[in-house]
Design a protein around this ligand. Structure first.
Ligand code: DX5
Ligand code: ZN
Length: 214
């Protein structure tokens, strides 16, 4: 299992050092949660901050946009050094145009579904994206409880991709830690985001290694 520590749980006053700490601890990707206070009831950071911390690691930057109009800002996040940009299928932007814009900039596009959104919402776009991110909490905050009832969606997406001969990465985000990762692994998830479980651990390297072993 690949592990992407969510910087949402880091000490924002030293974000660069926190990225170095996660890099050294063996993180596979860095997960950056962008919130606009409109699509979700919380505000975090935007492209200028991501651009500033990009130099602290060579690991992939997995940028999760929880914003209402990702099309408007896709260029900014590409310029900031994102390797993957995921955005919500529930957003206000034109989905096809946003995927195309991200792809045109040489960045891998992915779609995210909130807990109340069915897996089938991403089916029309599966040929055009590299990754589907299944939320296992309501987006907006770290430290929430894992929703195991989201896991059947993973199978639905994988079955549909298999039927159509599409290679797809499946990522899960929210409430993942030692107590819940086995279920995620059994469901066939490729990449797990972990905020609290990694940043609040006594030893981040041990925590990441344990989660990666599933
Ligand atoms: C929630 C974010 C998650 C969150 C995960 O809106 O998308 O990435 O930070 O944090 P934990 O692992 O603490 O649930
Ligand atoms: Zn996230």
């Amino acid at each position: 299992m690949k592990i992407a520590p969510s910087l949402l749980s880091c000490d924002f006053s030293k974000m660069g050092e926190e990225i170095v700490r996660m890099d050294k601890a063996g993180a596979d990707w860095m997960h950056l949660d962008v919130m606009d206070g409109h699509f979700v009831p919380n505000i975090t950071f935007g492209a200028p901050v991501i651009k500033t911390v990009r130099k602290y690691t060579n690991k992939p930057f997995d940028v999760h946009l929880m914003i209402s109009d990702p099309l408007k800002y896709a260029d900014d996040f590409a310029d900031a050094g994102a390797d993957i940009i995921t955005f919500h299928v529930e957003c206000d932007s034109d989905i096809d145009k946003t995927i195309d814009k991200i792809r045109d900039r040489g960045v891998k596009p992915g779609l995210v579904i909130k807990p109340n959104t069915p897996a089938s919402a991403v089916f029309p776009y599966l040929d055009k994206i590299d990754l589907v991110l299944v939320m296992t909490v309501e987006p907006g905050f770290g430290g929430q409880s894992f929703m195991a009832d989201m896991l059947p969606k993973v199978k639905e997406i994988k079955d549909e991709c298999k039927r159509r001969g599409i290679d797809m990465l499946i990522e899960a985000d929210g409430g993942i830690g030692e107590a819940t990762i086995e279920q995620a692994a059994n469901a066939g998830i490729d990449v797990c985001v972990a905020g609290t479980a990694v940043f609040k651990a006594d030893n981040a390297a041990d925590a990441i290694a344990k989660l990666q072993s599933y």
